[in-house]
Design a binder for this molecule. Structure first.
Ligand code: K7E
Ligand code: CUA
Ligand code: CA
Length: 648
């Protein structure tokens, strides 16, 4: 492995990344199209029967949206886009607007009171029971603001946004425990935290020069899915990826750091010949809590902050600037890839435990013992340029994505999987060409104790000219491969908007039985009469409105200029797919009401005059007529007899 890490080698790697990318682009125009006779027809019945896709799809894909700020949902194998789940970013098309006070509250920074409408989602984490998906919730992290949201999979809507305290943002790794009781996110972007934290861990940070500090953040998850502060462990290093172990690695959190150099700019982050993989004992974190070896900050009095020196943590060297970090289904193998290398390390967690017991340490740094890499590794595979992420199937194979090579390598795992695949482990068994530059890849259940296998989806960072031109900003390409065959077959490709990082794939049987077609909240308000209330002290008009095909009731209300208007809308619909909307001419106000939903909107009636509000969903043949008026009266002309009265 020596010789990899000289500055020249690093420079060559950067060049390699660039040239590799360009070469693919240059070669493309010359690639001839396959003759039609060789193209496998995509078998579809014609005419297409009703519910065909609803009956044939086997899996749901929950794909992070990256800078889209939420999640995309589609079906497999149809690759039919179904929905977006808005999370951190308002999305009026999918009914997620901060005009509703409940949504606004979720999007409001609890410490500054600022409405935050930007986010960057990376790693969905579906809830699990006994190490396998259970279909209750999807959790998703926001790298930019340092948040984790919970999405209720009965409604595909966000029900909580948890804000990580004591940081300015920049969290990356996100993973859930096999029983969904604990979530871990790690701080990728180093911080200059509250002096209380600096004193507790004994590292003084120079905010201008660094080096900075970081750590991992534990979140408790209650029976109803509610997230709350568990602990933070701070120390000298940042972390990129995080996993909570299961099976053979149960009780441990595993993280990688690509900046063990503690550098503050890119090139020096490649200075070391290897970086580290870390093993954190969860019981030791709980013990530090019980022993009250904690401090808290003024910002977060309920978040215990622990020093890394007070917990049991070990590390072992891994190929430089690791990115992928994934655990095999039994929890035994931990595969991690060095981004700027060709190397994938397969660490055997049973060997890790043995090496800890036998004290096979080769040194220490910042009080953390370094485990001998030769004692804990099963293999170091040299597989290709720009390795990214890794997934596992149900037949004992790992799948490794390559950004520069634009492919996925299929590799048989060691014991106990050799009985399944009967191959020599750690040697490439298949190469799946991708279009182009693989980031994450996903196998149904591929990060659980029981993968479903059958497909792999490659989430490609670059599409180049795969699809019709659409300007300089190109979409992404999700490619579906059938891995029941060897060589694996490319089944389909789908353009999906920017920019998925990780996805998770779950059987339809875990989602569809719980999927709601209407909310029940409106029922509680069934006996309430529509009305308009005027509060002269608060200067507020409160409208209690019912919404049903194809009427708003009341359909007109009068408001003194400058007053606040609060409208609570109750959808009386129970029919499937019957959503209404509310948009107000000239105002920055939109809401959307699914069947049986209750939504609120608020605004200030600034300008005198007549403003129509109208339904934004084409809900019936009277949809255009589904509108009403807000009449704003100049304040000096207002008289109480102008109050809107509704029939008894
Ligand atoms: Cu590789 Cu945020 Cu998981 Cu992007 S990360 S691809
Ligand atoms: Cu209701 Cu259109
Ligand atoms: Ca490094």
């Amino acid at each position: 492995m020596k010789g990899w890490f000289t500055p020249v080698a690093v420079a060559a790697l950067f060049l390699g990344l660039l040239v590799g990318t360009l070469a693919v682009g240059l070669l493309l125009p010359a690639t001839p199209l396959a003759p039609v006779s060789q193209v496998q027809a995509f078998q579809k019945p014609y005419p297409m029967p009703h519910q065909y896709w609803a009956k044939t799809d086997e899996f749901y894909v929950f794909a992070s949206g990256g800078q889209q700020g939420g999640l995309y949902v589609y079906g497999v194998p149809s690759m039919k886009y179904l929905s977006e789940i808005p999370v951190f970013v308002p999305d009026q098309a999918w009914g997620w607007t901060p005009e509703d006070p409940e949504i606004r509250k979720m999007m409001t920074n609890p410490w500054t009171g600022q409405l935050v409408t930007r986010g960057d989602t990376h790693h969905p984490a579906l809830s699990k029971t006994k190490g396998v998906y259970d279909g209750r919730w999807a959790f998703i992290n926001d790298k930019m603001q340092g948040r984790v949201a919970r999405v209720d999979l009965a409604t595909f809507r966000t029900s909580q946004i948890y804000w990580v305290p004591n940081i300015s943002g920049g969290i990356h790794g996100h993973h859930i425990a096999p029983d969904s009781r604990l979530i871990v996110v790690n701080i990728e972007h180093e911080q200059s935290p509250d002096p209380v934290i600096q004193r507790h861990i004994g590292i003084q940070v120079d905010p201008f020069k660094g080096p900075y500090v970081a750590g991992i953040n534990g979140i408790r998850v209650a029976d109803d899915g509610k997230m709350s502060n568990a602990w933070q462990v701070w120390g000298p290093w940042q972390y990129d990826m995080a996993r909570i172990g299961w099976g053979k690695s149960d009780g441990w959190i595993i993280t990688t750091s690509y900046n063990t150099e503690r550098a503050t700019s890119a090139v020096p982050m490649f200075a070391r010949e290897q970086d580290y993989l870390y093993f954190w004992n969860i019981a030791s974190i709980e013990k530090a809590l019980a022993d009250k070896k904690v401090v808290t900050t003024a910002q977060a009095p309920d978040m215990p902050v622990i020093s890394w020196k007070d917990v049991e943590v070990y590390m072992t060297p891994i190929p430089l600037n690791p990115h992928g970090l994934d655990i095999s289904p039994t929890g035994k193998y931990i595969l991690t890839s060095g981004k700027a290398t060709t190397l994938i390390a397969a660490v055997d967690f049973e060997k890790v435990l043995q090496a800890i017991k036998d004290r096979k340490f080769v040194g220490e740094e910042f009080n953390i013992k370094i485990l001998d890499q030769n004692a804990v590794r099963s293999a170091t595979m040299d597989l290709g340029m720009g390795p990214t992420h890794i997934e596992f199937d149900d037949q004992g194979y790992a799948y490794v994505g390559f950004f520069v090579d634009s492919d996925i390598k299929k590799v048989p795992l060691g014991e106990p999987y050799t009985q399944l695949h009967k191959r020599e482990p750690w040697k490439v068994a298949d190469v799946l060409p991708a279009h182009f530059s693989v980031g994450h890849l996903v196998v149904p259940g591929g990060d659980t104790a029981q993968p479903y296998g059958k497909y792999v989806i490659s989430m490609n960072k670059l599409t180049k000219d795969t699809f019709l031109p659409h300007g300089p900003l190109r979409t992404e390409n999700h490619e579906l491969f059938n891995i029941r065959e060897t060589p694996a077959k490319l089944v389909d490709q789908m353009a999906l908007g920017p920019e998925t990082h990780y996805s998770q794939v779950i059987p339809v049987s875990l989602i569809t039985p719980r999927s709601q077609t209407a909310y029940k909240e409106a029922r509680a308000l069934a006996s309430e009469k529509p009305r308009v209330e005027y509060d002269y002290n608060a200067k507020e008009v409160r409208v209690f409105m019912t919404v049903v095909r194809s009427f708003f009731t009341p359909e007109v209300f009068n408001v003194p200029q400058g007053w606040k208007v609060k409208v609570r809308m109750v959808s009386q619909e129970t029919a499937l797919d019957m959503t209404h909307g509310f948009a107000l001419d000239g105002y920055n106000v939109v809401a959307s009401l699914d069947p049986g939903e209750v939504r609120e909107v608020e605004w200030t009636a600034e300008k005198p005059g007549v403003n129509w509000f109208y339904c934004i969903w084409f809900c019936s043949e009277l949809h255009m007529e589904m509108r009403g008026r807000m009449i704003v009266v100049p304040s000096q002309e207002w008289a109480p007899q102008m109050e809107t009265k509704l029939g008894s």
